[in-house]
Design a protein around this ligand. Structure first.
Ligand SMILES: *Cc1c(COP(=O)(O)O)cnc(C)c1O
Length: 483
């Protein structure tokens, strides 16, 4: 595969991509439209045939790895297959060609779909009100913490300036709290990889505004004492936030509102099967209990007298967090997904996500260290510490997996596991795919003993070999050099 030439290097003077028939009307040059003084004829554009262009961009697209090409067990990211029917629904012309400022009365279909999505999210999470505005999980966290802050100000508790996060939390949690102007207190996980109740109790006081908790947590473990945790937090006058990015493990089985959480976000672009990668577009709706609903972003989709409308009459709202109404097309895909699965189907999604992860865990935990080796939820965290003793790091294992045709798992996260390999198969993978991946992982474990060099120098069959990522980040060469 040749991906190392730029399109300019394929250029050949005089070559053209399209040949149009001779004009049968008088020619009107561009110069008559924009004025000859605005025309440039010195742009060094490549001259190519249509075949050159198509092959060039197809080759480039094949250099990318995607869920549609193969297994993508990137822990925490839920890289499941995205059904193509969702794409069709989102691209129906009534949705896709609507102007974002169209009058509500002419946008009833889109608003109805948005409203339905809000209602489904209420049903799935148990909360009372939902906003679809946030464009990502991290922005959902931000929205919810701003809602918390507004609430505290309203009830005379504005002095609460601290947010507690466990050491297993996703990096976006402390980043969000900092962005919202809070100080962070980190608490260490217990021996079992879950929240240590006494550490939490010690950290709670009347300075604490909120606790941010991921459930299931980033070790893929369900917080079994979640009701006690929520009670403890509320007793201290603080609020508790659920990072619900891992909802794909518990849909239909567990509603975070029931265990006492005050708010949560969902990642539609993970659990609800809408495409993601490369930073977007995403959607991180926030769901809250009734008492927080007045603070949600403005506008919200509401229903009155059988008419859907954008409700701007929200005097206590924290304001907007996204233009128009968020990433509507992502919510549409999620809505289509929820409707095609139904309540029973969503529950089965969780069953299979958990089953697949436990199958991988039980087949790999002889060859790899698993620090918290118990039944997991939708993902588990192994450690390459045994291989590290032989000179093979988690990074080497990740790079070697590329040779076997897989996207590597998440590595070095969560931070509390040395040489972490965070593996999330998702529910959309067959047992054959899982078995092939297991074979690759077992081969790699053997290679770490017999031939560590092949791991340390991997990948071997990619367009570029292993790059020096630190130097690339610190001293980037951003100009293409043709040698
Ligand atoms: C992915 C993820 C996030 C952040 O979501 P983004 O959409 O990437 O901002 C937050 N928390 C957890 C646990 C996640 O897995």
């Amino acid at each position: 595969m040749n991906v190392d030439k730029t399109i300019f290097e394929y250029s050949s003077p005089g070559r053209v991509g399209v040949t149009l028939p001779d004009l049968d009307v008088p020619e009107v040059g561009v110069d008559t439209l924009v004025g000859p003084e605005n025309l440039r004829d010195d742009l060094p554009l490549p001259e190519l045939s249509q075949t050159d262009v198509i092959r060039h961009f197809t080759r480039l697209s094949l250099a990318n790895y995607s869920v549609d090409r193969g297994f993508y067990p990137l822990g925490s990211c839920t890289m499941k297959y995205n059904p193509k029917i969702n794409e069709e629904v989102a691209s129906l012309s009534g949705f896709a060609n609507m102007h974002p400022f169209q009058d509500d009365s002419l946008a009833q279909g889109t608003l109805a779909a948005m409203y339905a999505t809000q209602e489904y999210i209420k049903g799935i999470t148990g909360f009372d009100a939902v906003t679809l505005q946030p464009a990502a999980g991290a922005q959902g966290e931000y929205t919810a913490l701003m809602v918390f802050k507004r609430h505290h100000e309203k009830i005379g508790q504005g002095h609460r300036r601290i947010v507690i996060v466990p050491d297993s939390s996703h990096g976006t949690n402390p980043a969000t709290a900092t962005r919202c102007g809070y100080g962070i207190v980190k608490i260490e996980s217990g021996q079992d990889g879950r929240v240590d109740l006494s550490a939490l109790a010690d950290a709670l006081n009347d300075e604490v505004a909120a606790v941010m908790l991921t459930n299931p947590n980033t070790l893929g473990l369900f917080e079994s004492e979640i009701a006690e945790i929520c009670e403890l937090v509320h007793k201290a006058g603080a609020l508790i936030y659920c990072d619900g990015a891992n909802m794909n493990a518990v849909m239909g089985w567990y509603r975070p509102a029931d265990s006492g959480f005050d708010a949560m976000h969902l990642n539609l672009h993970k659990t609800f099967s809408t495409p993601h990668g490369g930073g977007g577009p995403g959607s991180g709706p926030v769901a809250v209990k009734d008492f927080l609903a007045p603070y949600l972003p403005v506008p919200n989709v509401a229903l009155k007298d059988k008419l859907y409308y954008l409700d701007y009459d929200r005097p206590d709202s924290i304001g907007r967090v996204h233009g128009c109404y968020g990433n509507t097309a992502i919510a549409l895909r999620a809505c289509a997904y929820i409707l095609t699965m139904g309540a029973k189907g969503l529950k089965e999604v969780s069953d299979n996500a958990v089953l697949n992860a436990n199958y991988l865990l039980s087949r790999l935990n002889d060859a790899y260290e698993v620090p918290f080796d118990c039944r997991c939820m939708h993902e588990f965290v192994a450690s390459a510490s045994r291989q590290k003793a032989l000179g093979v790091k988690a990074l080497d294992i990740a790079k070697r997996l590329i040779d076997f045709g897989y996207h590597p798992p998440t590595i070095y996260f969560p931070l509390i596991v040395a040489e972490a390999l965070m593996i999330e198969p998702t529910e959309t993978e067959s047992i054959e795919t899982l078995d092939e991946f297991i074979e690759a992982m077992l081969t790699i474990a053997r290679e770490s003993q017999t031939n560590p060099d092949v791991l340390q120098s991997a990948p071997h069959n990619t367009p570029v070999r292993r790059l020096d990522e630190a130097t690339a980040a610190r001293k980037p060469v951003l100009r293409y050099v043709d040698d």
